[in-house]
Ligand binder design. Structure first.
Ligand code: B12
Length: 261
């Protein structure tokens, strides 16, 4: 176990402005005790043989912007965070390769277009599952990984490496409060509370909504992450104390009225 290398990666992430980083041993994907069984081809060591550790990085999308979604503002922020995630995962993999270990970044999404997802809404690797194994959060009713700092408003990318790095524990406490705000807010009716903790009830309905929005430059939808009250950002941006008044509602409508098809 290379504790010094782990510290170097954490330091690099701090320097790059990446607030969330976690380390998962690749064999956690093989354990029958670690949540839904992941089919073998989706496991890190199947995708890249010799993988011992998955380093997961996470970056937030900021609550007041997400709350305007669907909007051009959230659309642009989503693209910006995606670009940063991919660049930063690439840099972390570079650091590991330079220190003599093998490493490759896995980009944050892994699909060509939303049209592809309408046929098969599944990618070759799940970053939210990786983030769970790396101790960054727990699954919510919305089928997303809830983090302490940002609730579901964190996006992830992963790095597969042959290095053996000291792992993080899976988070013990369940962060989801089962308030059902996400279920009520989903415009596609894709979420069902009975499925917790499980998969999205209707991935195709969710992908269908994303396709409609994409045609108007408004994807992604983001409603299930906008309404989730879990996360320190909820308090930071005053939702717990100030709530949402008419001024804020008017401001959101203003943003939604511009820059989209
Ligand atoms: C395809 C896709 C979509 C499709 C299909 C919807 C869907 N739910 O999958 C569309 C376009 C509709 C979509 C919508 C959204 N997406 Co999306 N999407 C993906 C993508 C590219 C692939 C998902 C996938 O197929 N993975 C492979 C399959 C096998 O795994 P999986 O579906 O993730 O399922 C695993 C988990 O659910 C896990 N699991 C579930 N419950 C539990 C419980 C326990 C205890 C454990 C251990 C595991 C576990 O086990 C499953 C098997 O591994 C990922 C990026 C990626 N490559 O991971 C982003 C991703 C899942 N999306 C993300 C987000 C944020 C969204 C949206 C909120 C839109 C937005 N950006 O504003 C919505 C939310 C929809 C929802 N509530 O689920 C984030 C989630 C971040 C987070 N905090 O969880 C991801 C990870 C992108 C990223 N790089 O950060 N998405």
């Amino acid at each position: 176990m290379d504790a010094q290398l782990r510290r170097e990666i954490e330091e690099e992430c701090r320097r790059l402005g990446v607030p969330l980083v976690g380390f998962a041993p690749a064999d956690r994907w093989d354990s029958p005790l670690s949540g839904p069984r992941v089919p073998e081809p989706f496991r890190p060591a199947s995708i890249v043989p010799g993988t011992r550790t998955v380093v997961v990085i996470g970056m937030p999308v900021f609550l007041p912007v997400v709350e305007t979604a669907p909007s051009i503002w959230y659309h642009d922020l989503y693209l910006a965070v995606n670009a940063l995630l991919d660049a930063n995962a690439y840099r972390v993999a570079g650091l590991l390769n330079a220190s003599g270990h093998r490493a490759v970044p896995v980009t944050r999404d892994g699909y060509g277009s939303v049209r592809v997802l309408l046929e098969n809404p599944v990618a070759f690797f799940s970053h939210r599952h990786a983030a769970y194994h790396a101790g960054l959060g727990t699954f919510g009713v919305n089928n997303l990984l809830l983090t302490r700092a940002y609730g579901p408003r964190a996006r992830f990318a992963s790095v597969f490496t042959s290095a053996e790095l000291p792992p993080d524990d899976v988070l013990g406490e369940d962060l989801c409060t089962r308030c059902m705000a996400c279920v009520e807010a989903c415009p596609a009716g894709a979420l069902e509370p009975g499925d917790y903790p499980g998969s999205l009830t209707d991935k195709k309905a969710c992908a269908g909504r994303a396709a409609d929005l994409a045609a108007r430059h408004l994807a992604p939808c983001g409603r299930c992450i906008a309404v989730c009250p879990v996360g320190e950002d909820w308090r930071h941006f005053g939702r717990e104390t100030d709530g949402v008044g008419d001024d804020l509602r008017r401001a959101r409508e203003h943003v939604r009225s511009y820059g989209q098809g």
